[in-house]
Design a protein around this ligand. Structure first.
Ligand code: HEM
Length: 343
């Protein structure tokens, strides 16, 4: 397999773009014409060949540009990567999981040779070659969590399990939908989810936590979450709200198709072997409304979902201010046809 990596940016001139193939494989998250929070969890990996679900950690045309964007964010704010002292072993577990998976699933791009604790890692797209001793952090240029997540698309949270709860004790978070690792670090499952409207009362978080505590090494899982973002920006953090918040006001009826993006998170759950921590990678996919409209059934469905969504969710997800314009734009693609459940 040969993969072409886009030369693109996620800030400034925003040259991010999706190829026709990237649009085709976009993980459209709605299986019906309406949306409510639910515990939408299924087994991972697994899915059609070429889909973002096929492999443990999807690598696509945005890989190199996303890693450059992460490096810029970290240079500006090193607190986007944090690991409490007891989480170093979980960092090694995650490093192993990602290296083994990538070398297995993308052998043309990555390779890993292991001789006991002497490991040799090659990352061709980023031009990295590293010999190191597994579990000896002095042999890497930085801690294991930071080292590997500078080479893996998506954000990564590492959860420590104790007292029947999960604690957000480490993470690499540079492409989040308006939440802060620096604020949430050390919180438990219910504490960091406190700002989410409706879901706790619906019992969603009680059920989800129970499920996550039962995840074993033998089987990992995934769910999709979504929000809306103006401009293809990965770093929509509270820390930088002053940079991207005002951009919401730049949407007009003329540019909404090109500037308004559906932002989908492919979230996966992995029990780690040595630390018993839970890894929670959050991979972000962006697609403009006009690119989504190239698939008529997506535009039709998105129109209905966004038109009828609970106002509290539109507010929480941050697009209430532009909802009317977005819905008006999408209405032109809705022929009123009846749809059946399924994507
Ligand atoms: C939102 C983290 C698992 C459901 C969030 C937020 C964070 C987060 C930081 C943003 C809260 C804010 O506004 O500040 C995590 C972590 C998880 C996890 C680290 C792994 C253990 C789950 C699971 C569910 C879930 C299993 C299943 C139902 C939600 C929902 C939202 C949310 C519905 C609101 C999202 C939106 O409307 O855009 N989560 N979460 N989370 N989470 Fe989780």
């Amino acid at each position: 397999m040969t993969m072409q990596f886009n030369d693109e940016t996620f800030r400034g001139d925003y040259t991010f773009h999706n190829s026709p193939e990237a649009i085709r494989r976009f993980p459209f998250p709605f299986d019906r014409d309406s949306y409510a929070y639910s515990v939408n969890i299924e087994q991972h990996p697994g899915g059609p060949a070429g889909s973002p679900f096929e492999f443990a950690f999807d690598v696509d045309e945005h890989y190199v540009a996303e890693m450059n964007d992460r490096a810029i964010t970290l240079a500006d704010d090193p607190m986007r990567c944090q690991s409490l002292p007891h989480m170093e072993l979980a960092g090694w577990d995650l490093l192993e999981l990602i290296m083994v998976s990538k070398a297995r699933d993308y052998p043309e791009l990555f390779s890993l040779s292991r001789d006991g604790t002497s490991w040799h890692w090659i990352n061709k797209p980023l031009g990295i070659e590293q010999r190191f001793t597994f579990l000896d952090a002095t042999t890497l240029p930085c801690g294991p969590l930071e080292y590997i997540t500078r080479q893996a698309q998506g954000d990564f949270a590492l959860l420590h399990e104790r007292e029947g709860n999960l604690w957000l004790d480490a993470g690499m978070i540079t492409s989040q939908a308006d939440w802060s690792l620096d604020f949430d670090v050390g919180m438990n499952f219910f504490e960091w989810h406190a700002p989410v409207p409706k879901a706790r009362k619906m019992g969603v978080f009680d059920k989800a936590l129970k499920f996550l505590l039962a995840v074993t090494q033998e089987q990992s899982y995934r769910r999709l979450n979504w929000t809306m973002t103006v401009n293809p920006r990965l770093d929509t953090s509270p820390e930088n709200y002053h940079k991207w918040g005002p951009e919401k006001r730049t949407i007009t009826p003329e540019n909404v198709g090109a500037k308004q993006f559906l932002r989908v998170e492919l979230q996966t759950f992995w029990r780690l072997p040595r630390s018993n921590a839970l890894a929670f990678p959050i991979r972000c996919y962006l697609c403009s409304l006009e690119d989504l409209a190239s698939q008529p059934k997506w535009a039709r469905r998105l129109h209905r979902v966004l038109r009828d969504i609970d106002p509290d969710l539109a507010e929480y997800k941050g697009f209430a201010v532009n909802q009317e314009m977005i819905v008006k734009y999408l209405a032109q693609f809705d022929d009123g046809a009846e749809t059946s459940p399924g994507i």
